[in-house]
Write a protein that binds this ligand. Structure first.
Ligand SMILES: N#Cc1c(-c2ccc3ccn(Cc4ccccn4)c3c2)n[nH]c1N
Length: 245
């Protein structure tokens, strides 16, 4: 197996979609070995308590450190080399971008800690960092209820980069954020639909002109929707299309 992934959550059923489609196939092909665990496995009181009131006051509850400590002890064999990476979705995390997906696709073992409530006691991450690399990661500037949906997103972005998971590797090459621009629009049959026609050039068979048309469309879209992405393009890219302002 190329990659082992453990996910710990108090809502393990939230991760059920990881059994489907591409990720299901990656697991079936043996390239990905995924296990989802219920954090309450590592509680010992009759109410299986995972949360408590926050020190310093404030609204909501905080996830207790003890169950997380025992969960990580159970999931990280002593002396595992290289150590797994612990990924903790959090509103306070570093932005999750394609570069991180590529980095994490090269890992042998990932452990995802799905927080809920107001988050996980920070000492869990501090202690884990003495044994393994730990990354707090955020999907974006909006607030979710917990880390589970972030794990679904991250797992999709990482799994599709694993060898043999994607059908034709070409779609990887073409994907947006690979050449630093947004994707050009896509079309398929019928050529005319409800009065809207497919751009003639795409049906011309002139592959040189088609490639140029797609790049121009990608640049225009990026300039309109994500000017921030253009700011970081190497100048040569802009000069090529002589759209440098
Ligand atoms: N990734 C990501 C996230 C999250 C996220 C991730 C994990 C948890 C665990 C609890 N909460 C609720 C919560 C709300 C308020 C303050 C603290 N915590 C999470 C939210 N929100 N937005 C993102 N892009």
């Amino acid at each position: 197996t190329r990659m082992r992934v453990d996910v710990v959550s108090i809502f393990p059923e939230y991760l059920a979609p990881l059994d489907l489609s591409l990720i299901g196939r990656a697991r079936a092909s043996g390239v990905l070995d995924l296990a989802v665990h219920d954090l309450r496995t590592w509680t010992h009181d009759v109410h299986r308590t995972v949360d408590d009131t926050p020190y310093g006051g404030g609204p909501g509850m905080v996830m207790r450190p003890e169950p997380w400590g025992e969960a990580l002890d159970a999931l990280v064999p002593v002396g595992e080399e290289p150590p797994p990476r612990l990924v903790v979705p959090s509103p306070a995390g570093v932005p999750f971008r394609q570069a991180l997906a590529h980095e994490w696709a090269a890992e042998r073992h990932l452990i995802f800690a799905c927080g809920r409530y107001e988050g996980i006691d920070q000492r869990v991450l501090e202690h884990a960092a003495t044994r393994m690399p730990v990354t707090e990661v955020s999907l974006g500037d909006y607030v979710l209820f917990g880390g589970e949906v972030a794990v679904l997103v991250i797992m999709e972005a990482v799994t599709r980069l694993l060898p043999g998971v994607l059908g034709n590797a070409d779609s990887l090459a073409e994907e947006s954020h690979a050449h630093g621009l947004l994707e050009a629009p896509v079309y398929t049959k019928p050529p005319g639909w409800r009065g809207h026609d497919v751009p003639e050039i795409l049906r011309s068979g002139d592959h040189g002109r088609i490639a140029r048309w797609r790049r121009d469309e990608a640049l225009v879209r990026t300039a309109r929707r994500r000017p921030d992405m253009l700011a970081v393009l190497p100048a040569t890219e802009l000069d090529k299309r002589d759209i440098a302002a």
